[in-house]
Every structure is written in C-alpha cells, then in structure tokens.
Design a binder for this molecule. Structure first.
Ligand code: S6P
Ligand code: ZN
Length: 190
C-alpha cells in the first residue's frame, strides 16, 4: 500500500475512494426492535433505508492496518425506538475503535460481555473511544443524518451473531420527548 488521502463530506458522510458502500434497510433489522408490531407495519409500507457505511477495505485484514470509513444513520423511529445500527462485538474481542462525530445527534450504546454498559452522546466534534471488548451500536436521536468517522484495527472483524441472538441489555427510546435508556425486556443472557 502507498500512502493516500481521501475526502469525507461531513454532511452526507460520502467517502471518496471507498471500495465498499453498505446499505442496511429495515428488512435486515428483523428482531432488533422492541415494537415488533410497528416494525412489521412500517416494513409492509416501505423497506426504508436505516443506515449506510462507506469503508476503505483495500488493505489486508491484519494487525497493524487501520480500517476506516464513515457511518450514516438516517433519522427515523420504529415505535419509540430510534433508527440505529445492528451493533456488534469485534470478532477479535480485544480490539478497540475510535469514532469522530461529524454531523447530527445521537448516542453510542455500548456493553461488555460481563454486563457493564454505557451510552455516550454523539454530536459534532465528539471523539468517542470504544475500548476493547465493548459491543457498540450507533443510534440517531435527531432529525437529520447522524454521520461519524470510525477507525479500527484491520484484524478486528465483526461478530454480529451475539447481538442478533441476545440483543443489547439496554435500549434507547423516546419518552416524554427525550432519549431515555430502558432495560431491554427481551434481552437473552445471564
Ligand atoms: C466497524 C464499525 C462501523 C460499523 C457501522 C455499522 O467496526 O463499528 O463501521 O460497522 O457503524 O454498524 P454495524 O453494527 O452494522 O456494523
Ligand atoms: Zn466496530
């Protein structure tokens, strides 16, 4: 690899030179939202675009490399729960990640296998450090796109299965007009 520069549009999250553009729609979020009835109704009406990721993936997947890209979570809700990413642990659990918020308002919901959790606010200029072993999910609580830039080790990989099966311990829902953390009644685990 040769050194390179690239450009991010801080409003739209569009990343030049990205080899990967992922679009996740409502249909791929099955089982993730608490209000399953509303989820089905919304899905029947339209398979809305929930979030997008642009990523540079041309480097080898090995330690020493730094994968990076942008994540765009669009505004919206399923019932009282905000549009969010699926969320994941890294496959190599002991790998960290840094996020830098470029646009919008949101939260990063995080938890460890041992049961610790944290919800950190994301607004323009916030740098968030996700330590090794913490699952992470971006949540858009605002009326415009939530755009972040992320960097993580090349060998980290993604474990989506654990969250797909167990869910996050905590959810972020709108209560009285405000983002509020609640226990996930459907969380499966010990
Ligand atoms: C990768 C990093 C982000 C997410 C992106 C989408 O380690 O955390 O690129 O992939 O925010 O979220 P998810 O949970 O669908 O991968
Ligand atoms: Zn990650």
């Amino acid at each position: 690899m040769k050194p390179y520069t690239t450009m991010i549009n801080t409003e739209t999250g569009f990343l030049e030179r990205a080899q990967n553009h992922l679009e996740r729609k409502l249909s791929s979020m099955k089982g993730q939202y608490l209000d399953t009835e509303t989820y089905e109704v919304l899905l029947k009406n339209e398979d809305s675009l929930v979030y997008e990721v642009y990523e540079n993936i041309e480097m080898p997947k090995k330690p020493g490399e730094l994968y990076h890209g942008s994540s765009i979570v669009h505004p919206g809700k399923v019932g009282a729960e905000y549009f969010m990413t699926k969320g994941h642990f890294h496959q190599v659990l002991e790998t960290a990640e840094v996020y830098y918020c470029l646009h919008g308002n949101g939260y990063m919901m995080m938890e460890t296998p041992e049961g610790e959790w944290a919800a950190e606010e994301l607004t323009l200029g916030i740098v968030l450090y996700v330590p090794p072993c913490w699952a992470h999910r971006s949540i858009n609580v605002g009326g415009s796109d939530l755009v972040t830039f992320f960097v993580y080790p090349g060998d980290a990989g993604h474990d989506y299965g654990t969250i797909e099966v167990k869910g996050f311990r905590k959810l972020l829902v709108e209560k009285g007009g405000k983002p509020t953390v609640i226990d996930n009644p459907r969380w499966v685990g010990k």
